[in-house]
Design a protein around this ligand. Structure first.
Ligand code: XMP
Length: 183
């Protein structure tokens, strides 16, 4: 059973649900203030780690919006350190003039968000914001700061609530660290 691989739970499902609710409400208020009815809003989630977060977050956004999924890979297979980033899908075209929010699971070095933001900026969106479920506290500042952050976490490898190790544990409802022998 996957639960026997868990070392400790950092955030349980209730804590996550409360934080995602307030994050969603904050984003909804900001969108309400920054857009009017004719404006186009598009969320750009980075696969695969952000899917559970996205599913919960969007249900707190009452605005009319679209979703344009993108896929990048910075961890390959069983590695837990950042490797070269590769874009595995096209950035949705025609983001020009739209209000874009990039959604990711974790902000670590910032390489992922920075790469995706620069590509999107070339399309001249009306506004571009970034939202991450977690930010890792590392000694160097990330290449790019996120506008919305769910939790600040220590520099440990975490799984659950969409996050994986070797593509496993995404279905764990809590955010947890793994026992060293499971890595
Ligand atoms: P960078 O360094 O580009 O890293 O900011 C962010 C990306 O790396 C992944 N990441 C993790 N994935 N557990 C994971 O499952 C972790 O502890 C972790 N730390 C970083 C994440 O996918 C994010 O997009």
């Amino acid at each position: 059973m996957m639960h026997s691989d868990i070392d400790k739970i950092l955030y349980d499902r209730n804590t996550i649900a409360k934080r995602v609710t307030s994050l969603g409400q904050e984003i909804a208020r900001d969108l309400e203030a920054a857009t009017d009815h004719s404006d186009e809003i598009i969320l750009v989630p980075i696969l695969t780690g952000s899917i559970v977060f996205l599913a919960d977050l969007i249900r707190h956004l009452p605005q009319k919006l679209r979703i344009g999924l993108i896929s990048v890979r910075s961890y390959h297979g069983r590695s837990t350190t950042s490797k070269d980033l590769s874009l595995r899908s096209d950035i949705p075209p025609s983001l020009g003039g739209k209000h874009v929010i990039i959604i990711d699971d974790i902000l670590d070095t910032g390489k992922t968000l920075n790469t995706v933001s620069s590509i999107i900026k070339e399309q001249n969106p009306a506004s571009l914001r970034t939202c991450v479920l977690m930010r890792k506290i590392i000694k160097d500042r990330p290449l790019l700061e996120a506008d919305y952050i769910g939790f600040d976490i220590p520099d440990e490898f975490v799984v659950g609530y969409g996050l994986d190790y070797d593509d496993y544990y995404r279905n764990l409802p809590d955010i947890a660290t793994l026992r060293p022998d499971a890595l």
